[in-house]
Design a protein around this ligand. Structure first.
Ligand code: F6P
Ligand code: MG
Length: 438
């Protein structure tokens, strides 16, 4: 990892420890050899820089939407974003939110119970600090005339536009699907590898899916370190088909498209009566799906000049109108800092809703971090153990490995991969599909 200048001064002033997170402790940017440290020293400052620059670049467009009066709001917002950047680089405190948003109290109660000395970007658990940063960006915008603006919208839409070739190949390759284990496995893997395309790992730089997606699925099989697809198939195949599958979305663009392809299969083959999608309430980790991105994607497909995409879009929209696809009510828990094992205690209604599902599918790296509670588990510890009692229903995770935590690996695998590349956990080249049955 490329480290920044002046590290030594910063490290000494902030008690940075020159190691990875010790075994069985919360991950934190406090550990210099962790991805969290690099994230707060390099990646997130770069993300904030991009937001501030895009406000300047898109100023005319914003003025035409929000009115000439918003000029000073645009400038102030950009300045506040740069101030946030500088607070992070100074290891500033995580201050309570003073906006009027519905989740401000929920967040503030969470911050309040953190020990005072743990309320800074580098001292606290990585998960808390990173979620805080994305909520803070929202807070900056919400108190201006730009309230409600999705500052990541363009990047998400560009990601979808860049994926059309891959989308087309996938649509053509899935119109004659059959109800069997092999097809289900193929679609699950397609959906897993779709998670490689998130914009947050690259601080916003676009990643265009290249090559034939199905060839890649086969080719990447050796990189799939845990494959529970056969048991996941049984949880749906063996049901009466009248259940609900809950998807906890991750990224818009190509990944969302592969979510929809898997969901289409689940409905078409009678594996469930409804697929319910959980989107984010605020712009999140750059590429995460919000309700508007879901609707935009359906319309994007419908409007496409390629008939196969347009037909697919119309079909998915019909599923939506018939209630076979459904967007879950907005839920601020997904954009809170809470690990999932605390859901039953702090958001019992959501836990109860997930308990009604036949299967809950958690997508992506951040959801994985929340499932495992951003904790340095031993890599061979079981998925079940690491969930710390969180099991509303049958639950599975599809995740490409982009952060330095994992569990459930067969003995020896992690050591072999470290011997090949000491940064193997940060590349998104490896993946896991893990199930915890009810
Ligand atoms: O920044 C932390 C992180 O979890 C990365 O590890 C990952 O690149 C990104 O955020 C989000 O990934 P995903 O979109 O798969 O949740
Ligand atoms: Mg994401």
């Amino acid at each position: 990892m490329t480290l920044v200048q002046h590290d030594a001064d910063f490290d000494a002033a902030n008690g940075i420890i020159d190691s990875e997170a010790p075994p069985h402790t919360p991950l934190a940017a406090l550990y210099k050899q962790s991805f969290a440290y690099y994230t707060f020293r390099v990646r997130l400052p770069s993300t904030l820089d991009t937001i501030a620059k895009s406000l300047a670049k898109d100023k005319d467009e914003l003025l035409s939407i929000y009115g000439a009066d918003s000029a000073s709001d645009i400038d102030q917002t950009a300045a506040a974003i740069l101030e946030l950047r500088s607070n992070i680089l100074k290891n500033g405190p995580l201050q309570p939110f003073n906006d009027k948003e519905i989740d401000a109290g929920f967040w503030n109660a969470f911050l309040e119970q953190l020990p005072k000395e743990k309320r800074t970007y580098f001292a606290t658990c990585w998960l808390y600090a990173e979620c805080f940063m994305y909520r803070e960006i929202w807070s900056i915008f919400i108190s201006t005339r730009l309230a409600g603006f999705d500052y990541f919208r363009k990047q998400k839409q560009t990601a979808a536009q860049l994926s059309v070739e891959a989308m087309l190949a996938v649509a053509n390759g899935t119109r004659k699907n059959e109800r069997n284990l092999a097809t289900f496995q193929k679609l699950m893997k397609l959906n897993l590898w779709g998670n490689r395309c998130d914009l947050s790992i690259t601080s916003g730089k676009q990643v265009k899916p290249m090559g034939d997606a199905f060839d890649q699925v086969a080719h990447l099989d050796t990189n799939l370190l845990v494959d529970d697809t056969a048991v996941i198939w049984q949880t749906l195949e063996g049901s009466d088909g009248n259940g609900i599958v809950e998807f906890v979305f991750d990224n818009a663009g190509y990944e969302l498209y592969t979510d929809l392809i898997l969901a289409e299969y689940i409905i078409d083959k009678g594996l469930a009566r409804k697929v319910r999608f959980n989107a984010k309430a605020i712009p999140w980790f750059i590429s995460d799906v919000m309700a508007a991105d879901y609707h935009w994607t359906l319309q994007f497909l419908i409007d496409h000049t390629q008939p196969v995409l347009s037909e697919l879009g119309k079909k998915l929209k019909r599923f939506n109108d018939e209630g076979k696809f459904e967007l879950a009510p907005l839920e601020h828990f997904w954009t809170s800092p809470y690990e999932f094992y605390r859901m039953a205690e702090v958001q019992p209604a959501l836990y109860e809703r997930l308990s009604q599902a036949q299967l809950v599918i958690f997508k992506g790296d951040l959801n994985y971090r929340k499932l495992l509670g951003d904790f340095s588990w031993n890599h061979t510890e079981s998925f079940e153990t690491c969930l710390r009692g969180f099991k509303p229903s049958n639950l599975c995770s599809l995740r490409t490995i982009k952060a330095d935590l994992v569990c459930g690996l067969p003995p020896g695998i992690s050591e072999q991969l470290f011997a090949k590349n000491k940064e193997w956990m940060l590349t998104g080249e490896y993946g896991t599909i893990q199930l915890a049955s009810k």
